[in-house]
Design a protein around this ligand. Structure first.
Ligand code: CO8
Length: 256
């Protein structure tokens, strides 16, 4: 796998963990704030992972201590015209949609602040693990805008509409413990242990049938967007693809 450098890096683990890809945010001087360069890095990394058929699971984390991501780069924002800001937010939205659409599971590791666009990135992952000292907020309404990179849609789908509305209307910062209690994160572990926990989950997923994991993700995601009969059709389609693979494996075993 190509290892990208700059504010976004991707690395493949070795040996029995070789199906695990790490996507790391690394822009310490701005607390991983997403400016144009960071956005390009994210797009390249997601595209590279999407083209890597041997990737089974992705761990999205920060190399910068005590922060996951401080959201959009507010200093760059000051230099942008209104239409450039709109364009930037649109690109951010489609980048997070590409992250969500990866065929393999993604696990976000949050140690510290996940704010605005940073939280929206974590919401685009399938699972979230945080350290106890983490803080989460969508402060956009305080900037007279809305969480426009998927936040108004993904947060209510994850925590329910009432909790999401309160967090979005007020921009209140919540702790890791509150985040786990409302289902925003899957696990809240002692500070500094979130990456270790996420790797345990990634290893567990990496041991499973790769096609089955992909098909399970596809069935869940497709099914949640449509009515129940169509959702069950989506499940059938994914089941059939797994069964076809099983048959192929059995034929190969018999012939060898
Ligand atoms: N953008 C640019 N620079 C930032 C950002 C940011 N979002 N966050 C922090 N930085 C910079 C600081 O300015 C500072 O730079 P310098 O050293 O040059 O003064 C450096 O990072 C370190 O910051 P702090 O000293 O504040 O570090 P702390 O560890 O004390 O605090 C926090 C870290 C908690 C992350 C704090 O910096 C913070 O609260 N940052 C602001 C978070 C925020 O409000 N983000 C915006 C969310 S809204 C959003 O993401 C959607 C906006 C969409 C429109 C934008 C289109 C471009």
């Amino acid at each position: 796998i190509q290892t990208l450098s700059g504010p976004v890096r991707i690395e493949r683990l070795s040996d029995s963990d070789s199906g695990i890809i790490e996507l790391k945010l690394d822009r310490p001087e701005a607390k991983n704030a997403i400016g144009k360069e960071m956005l390009r890095g994210l797009q390249n990394a997601i595209e590279t992972i999407g083209n890597d058929s041997s990737a089974n699971v992705v761990v999205v984390s920060s190399s910068v201590p005590k922060v996951f991501c401080a959201g959009a780069d507010l200093k760059e924002r000051k230099l942008m015209s209104a239409s450039e800001v709109q364009q930037f937010v649109n690109s951010l939205r489609s980048t997070f949609s590409s992250l969500e659409a990866l065929s393999v599971p993604t696990v976000a590791v949050i140690e510290g602040a996940a704010l605005g666009g940073g939280l929206e990135m974590a919401l685009s992952c399938d699972l979230r693990v945080c350290g106890e000292e983490s803080t989460f907020s969508l402060p956009e309404t305080g900037l007279a805008i809305i969480p426009g990179a998927g936040g108004t849609q993904r947060l209510p789908r994850i925590v329910g509409r009432s909790a999401a509305k309160e967090l979005i209307f007020t921009g209140r910062r919540i702790s890791g413990k509150e985040a786990v209690s409302m289902g925003l994160v899957n696990y809240c572990v002692p500070a500094g242990e979130a990456h270790h926990k996420a790797l345990q989950i990634a290893r567990d997923i990496n041991q499973k049938g790769p096609l089955a994991i992909r098909m399970a993700k596809q069935a869940i995601n497709k099914g949640l967007e449509v009515d129940m009969p169509s959702a069950l059709d989506a499940e059938e389609e994914s089941t059939l693809r797994c069964a076809a693979k099983q048959r192929l494996l059995m034929i190969e075993t018999c012939m060898s």
